[in-house]
Each structure stands twice: as structure tokens, then as C-alpha cells.
Design a binder for this molecule. Structure first.
Ligand code: HEC
Ligand SMILES: [Cu+2]
Length: 247
């Protein structure tokens, strides 16, 4: 069984890591927790899917699309195949915006690939058009709330990305004494993130990492107000930023 994400790292020790990785939640071949994260990140801007909390309207409402199919008695494995096919080779039925009469953009192919595409298809098949809310490890995706202040320790400020794959850091704010500061952002999730620092003429980006990587950035900072953020497209707007106070 493929179970990427299980048993990786110290934060999600033993039992918790198995749960958080989403293994065992449905067909053990797919990681629906990763699927949900990837869906929110790559698909949600164009599609409504209530359980994922996404509200995009460029593409069809996936709850409406699959509610019908559920009533018609199609099974989730059929849905999964349909969604996977749409990701790999989007149907080219160009739709017209009822408000403006303009043609809407087509869905780009291969927004997610390989295992990620299978995970997304599995998640959408399990969630679209189904009443209620996601539970367990799935409920944590997208729901994570940054809180508290990351404090410098021996010149190092550690600001981990949410280990469950939400577009969030663990901390809402950061604080450090002026001088040479190293920012470290461990990322246990399968979603790309980095750490970047902006302010007072500085805008420096750490490397983008995932699956246990650490985005690291060392800077000489004077006292002042800065911002830390994730430079992966869409993540800052989704809330991956916070104030950094250098004293
Ligand atoms: C740029 C906007 C956009 C993004 C991003 C996008 N889609 Fe779409 N999607 C569309 C449009 C437009 C259609 C309908 C026309 C078409 O098939 O190209 C569509 C159709 C679909 C359908 C078929 C629905 C039906 O009623 O038959 C599925 C399933 C789907 N998308 C899933 C996804 C998934 C999964 C992702 C993320 C990997 C995604 N979409 C990302 C715009 C988008
Ligand atoms: Cu990010």
C-alpha cells in the first residue's frame, strides 16, 4: 500500500502520523488528505465543493454535478475515474458565463499529476455532492489556524508550515532581536511552501520544500517591522503571512 507521508518526522509521531496522512480513510491506495489539500490549492479557485470549503465559479459546481450522479446510482469508483480523466484530459466543452455572455476559460490539463492526481480524484469522488462535513484528519485540512508568536532562540526563528497540508503556518507572528537571523520553516505536508521575508527594502525567498523539507533563510536584519510569508502562488492571499518584529 502506498502511504506517502506516514511515519515522516518527529512532530507527527507514530499513530498520529498514520491518521494525519489519511491512510486508511478510504481505498488505501489513495491519500485523500493530500487529495483535499491539493484540491483546495489547485482546483478550488474554479469549483464549488462544499466539503472542501471552495467557492470558485469558473467551472461547474462539483457538488451539483455529482449529486445528480449519486442519485443515478453511480459509485464512487466511477466518479474517481471520471475526475481523474478530467484532470488528465479535460473535456473541452466551452461554457458561457450566463451573466456576461463571455466564454469562460477552459480547465487546464495536468494541474496535478501522478499520485497527486489520483489523490485528488479520490477525494473529489468521496466528497462531492455528499451532505455533511468532512471529519477526522480530513477536517483539519484548510481549517488550521495560525496562532501565537514564534520567538528567536539562539538566532533561529522556527515557523513550521501546517503539517496537515492547510495553507497556514503554525504561528501567526514572529519576533527576533536585530542582527543575523536564521528563519527555518519545516514542512511535513505534501503541499509546496517556503518562508520569505519582506520589509525595509528587503524581499528574500527561501527554497520551496515539501514532504519533510525545511525552507531556510539567513538574513542580517535591523530593528523594524517586517512580514514573513509563503511565496508559492496564492498562499499569501490564503493567509500564509504574518508580522515579524525585529527589536
Ligand atoms: C481555471 C479554472 C479551473 C481549474 C483551476 C480547475 N477546473 Fe475543473 N473545470 C473547469 C471548467 C471551465 C470546466 C468545464 C469545461 C471543461 O471541461 O473544460 C471544468 C470541469 C471539471 C469537471 C467536470 C464537471 C462536470 O460537470 O462534468 C471536473 C470533475 C473538474 N473540472 C475537476 C477539477 C479538478 C479536480 C481540478 C483541480 C485539479 C480542477 N477541476 C481545476 C475549470 C477549472
Ligand atoms: Cu505555502
Amino acid at each position: 500500500m502506498r502511504c506517502r507521508g506516514a511515519g515522516r518526522g518527529v512532530i507527527l509521531a507514530a499513530a498520529a502520523s498514520l491518521l494525519l496522512s489519511g491512510c486508511g480513510l478510504t481505498d488505501p491506495g489513495e491519500n485523500v488528505v493530500n487529495g483535499k489539500s491539493m484540491f483546495v490549492e489547485r482546483c478550488g479557485s474554479c469549483h464549488v465543493l462544499a466539503r472542501a470549503g471552495t467557492t470558485g465559479v469558473t467551472g461547474p459546481n462539483l457538488d451539483a454535478a455529482f449529486e445528480r450522479a449519486r442519485i443515478d446510482g453511480f459509485g464512487e469508483s466511477t466518479f474517481q475515474g471520471m475526475v481523474h480523466k478530467q484532470i488528465v484530459a479535460p473535456a473541452r466543452t466551452r461554457q458561457v458565463d450566463p451573466q456576461t455572455g463571455e466564454l469562460l476559460p477552459l480547465m487546464p490539463a495536468d494541474l496535478v499529476t501522478g499520485d497527486d492526481a489520483e489523490d485528488v480524484a479520490a477525494y473529489v469522488a468521496s466528497a462531492a455532492g455528499k451532505a455533511g462535513e468532512d471529519t477526522g484528519a480530513l477536517a483539519l485540512v484548510g481549517a488550521a489556524q495560525a496562532e501565537g508568536t514564534a520567538e528567536a532562540e539562539n538566532g533561529v526563528v522556527e515557523i513550521p508550515a501546517d503539517p496537515g497540508g492547510a495553507l497556514a503556518y503554525v504561528f501567526a507572528e514572529a519576533e527576533a532581536p536585530a542582527g543575523q537571523i536564521t528563519f527555518r520553516s519545516p514542512n511535513e505536508s505534501a503541499v509546496d511552501h517556503n518562508i520569505a521575508i519582506e520589509g525595509n527594502g528587503i524581499n528574500e525567498l527561501g527554497p520551496v520544500v515539501k514532504n519533510g523539507g525545511v525552507s531556510e533563510l539567513s538574513l542580517e536584519l535591523q530593528a523594524g517591522e517586517y512580514t514573513f510569508y509563503c511565496s508559492v502562488v496564492g498562499h499569501r492571499a490564503a493567509g500564509m503571512e504574518g508580522p515579524l518584529r525585529v527589536n
